[in-house]
Design a protein around this ligand. Structure first.
Ligand code: SAH
Length: 396
């Protein structure tokens, strides 16, 4: 029995979702909060009748507790080490740990039973993001546990939570190495090399979640004129090059992204003149091209809806963007279209794409329905963990 933790008691009937293993307690479900509770505390959660429901991290906000365990146990170094070993075992099962230089997601929050924590691995460096105060306070013991995995393969842990922690918690986290320091920034994905800038890049520096979809793009690229819209580090572009595309144009509104893309193309295909890049707004660029210039277009925009309140506008945005690409793509063309907005459902996204198709009158068929890769697993009790959706369209 662990008696060191404060106890949160739920209102009557509010234990039901926890009994179905959903990992969140909403603030409205709480009957009793200890007076001395502080944000980030590890707590015990009990039902109105005092039955133990599990252990979790407390925070102020609509999600008040993120559950870590359904039994009475210590949430300490051994706890994190066990969870991380399980996460590693899954990535080994997926074949991702075979090459020590690989890029992959090791911890996907609730999907790895560690709500509030994201860890991406780039060779011997782990980039760690805390989304909850509890994970912020546990960062050092988590970093210790990370460096014990697979005989110490991870040498460096970069903690990057300045933009992921709740602002109101005033934790003032510093982005910094908490283990080791810089070794190399080149990581491998499906045998291709990518320079990953976790110091200055978005999120952890690279979007590992498009790995499988990039492989599919490689498969479709042969002889095609490819437009990679919202290219960021040029992931899709590098795969299209290997897939023998005739021409690849990468577009992003950020100059920095364009430089990253060009560096990654050069790293894999030095001196190859099939690639061009443009720092341009997506809508402007799509308006400027002629119908038929491209027969493969990738649309992988940033999340248009970060919150529920933005869903309507976001859906209009997806419709407008897809309609532009549909107007311009050659006959027999292929569109890879994505939404990474967690607030938008698969059905809503498909409806937005349907509306775009209907608006342009093109004859369109769905070839594949895409999602996030297996190193971003969805905890079946937490459907909210499914966020990436995509469609591959064949346009006549
Ligand atoms: N496809 C990328 C990830 C895209 S992230 C990959 O596989 O890694 C989204 C990118 O969209 C960012 O790089 C951002 O700079 C860019 N972006 C945001 N708004 C844009 C706009 N209006 N036009 C073009 N690019 C935009």
């Amino acid at each position: 029995m662990t008696n060191i933790y404060k106890t949160i008691k739920l209102k009557r009937g509010k234990e039901e979702s926890l009994k179905r293993f959903h990992p969140w307690v909403f603030s409205g479900a709480i009957d009793f909060l200890p007076e001395d509770i502080e944000e980030g505390d590890t707590v015990k959660v009990v039902s109105s009748t005092g039955d133990l429901l599990g252990m979790g991290h407390y925070q102020i906000g609509s999600i008040a507790v993120r559950m870590l365990s359904t039994v009475d146990e210590a949430i300490d170094g051994d706890f994190y080490a066990t969870r991380l070993r399980n996460a590693w075992a899954l990535r080994t099962c997926l074949g991702l740990t075979v090459n020590p230089e690989n890029a992959f997601r090791l911890v996907h929050g609730e999907g790895d039973f560690l709500p509030g924590l994201v860890v991406d691995v780039y060779g011997d460096t782990a980039v760690m993001q805390a989304h909850s105060p509890g994970m912020h306070f546990a960062r050092n013991i988590i970093a210790d546990a990370l460096t014990t995995l697979a005989d110490g393969r991870i040498k460096n842990v970069y903690y990057k939570s300045e933009t992921t922690l709740p602002y109101k918690a005033s934790l003032d986290p510093q982005n910094q190495y908490i283990k080791g320091g810089f070794t190399t920034d080149i990581a491998i994905e499906n045998g291709l090399k990518f320079r990953v800038d976790w110091l200055r890049g978005q999120k952890t520096g690279f979007f590992v979640d498009q790995r499988d979809n990039r492989s599919l793009l490689e498969h479709y690229s042969n002889g095609r004129n490819v437009l990679n819209m919202f290219c960021y580090t040029g992931g899709f572009s590098v795969y299209a090059m290997r897939g023998n595309a005739r021409k690849v144009v990468s577009v992003d509104s950020s100059e920095k992204a364009i430089r990253l893309t060009e560096a990654n193309i050069e790293l894999n295909f030095p001196g190859d003149t099939r690639h061009e890049a443009a720092a341009e707004d997506a809508f402007k660029y799509l308006s400027s091209i002629s119908k038929g210039d491209f027969d493969l277009i990738v649309l992988d925009p940033p999340a248009f809806a970060k919150h529920r309140s933005a869903i309507k506008n976001a859906l209009r945005g997806y419709q407008r963007l897809n309609a532009k690409a549909l107007e311009k793509i050659a006959s027999g063309g292929i569109i890879f279209t994505f939404s990474c907005s967690q607030a938008i459902t698969r059905e809503q996204f498909r409806l937005a794409v349907f509306s775009a198709c209907a608006q342009t009158g093109r004859k369109v068929r769905i070839l594949h329905q895409l999602t996030q890769p297996a190193d971003h697993p969805v905890n079946i009790y937490h459907p909210e963990g499914e966020y990436l959706k995509g469609l591959i369209l064949y346009v006549e």
